[in-house]
Design a protein around this ligand. Sequence first.
Ligand SMILES: Cc1cc2nc3c(=O)[nH]c(=O)nc-3n(C[C@H](O)[C@H](O)[C@H](O)COP(=O)(O)O)c2cc1C
Length: 213
Amino acid sequence: MDRRTFLASLAATTAVAGSSSLPAAATPAAAAGRGMNILMLTGSPRRHGNTSTMADAFARGAREAGHTVYRFDAAFKNVHPCTACNSCGMDGPCVFADDFAFVREHILEADMVVLVSPMYYFGFSAQLKRVIDRFYAISSRLHTPKKAALLMAYADTNKRKENCVLTHYNVLLDYLGWTDAGHIIAPGMWPAGAIKGSAYLDQAYRLGRSLQA
Ligand SMILES: Cc1cc2nc3c(=O)[nH]c(=O)nc-3n(C[C@H](O)[C@H](O)[C@H](O)COP(=O)(O)O)c2cc1C
């Protein structure tokens, strides 16, 4: 995809933002009647923080349901931010040889991608956003049917604040043609560990456990 096509598709995506999800298309796993390959991208620098703990619960449920979960903890990986050199042409090798190679290897084959992030200044954490921006080099090949989910925690107790992250997530899915399989959003979580004992962990577990290819 060239940049003109990319911009045109972004404009089209913006036009449908806020509408209902795209119709669910068959993922490769559904077509083959097997468990899904799930790629989980986490964005918190707290190793045992709230979103990491939600990710653990989700992964446990998904594995119990027969799926394979690959996890990439972006905050502990070396992923250079995209520098817009456009050497990849949105479908080619990236000039940076770093840990994004793991994402590149698994995301193209993934039936489902789970985005896990704390809210940082009303958006995804920079650690996760860095990874999402590197999708640019494989943009053309990411527009295939996949499921997606969002696990997010934030400190505020005003539920309206979550709309910024949710809107970004929904527009991204519309753009990529992925289908939302569910999102667990935990407000009122400030210190690491606040999530323990809350209903959100069980919700994350049950979302993972409920997944069907
Ligand atoms: C840099 C930074 C920015 C944050 N921005 C927000 C914010 O905009 N709104 C909010 O409610 N909480 C914000 N928080 C709080 C985190 O979202 C909250 O502590 C969350 O539970 C952290 O999840 P974690 O334990 O998985 O890292 C911020 C925290 C940090 C460190």
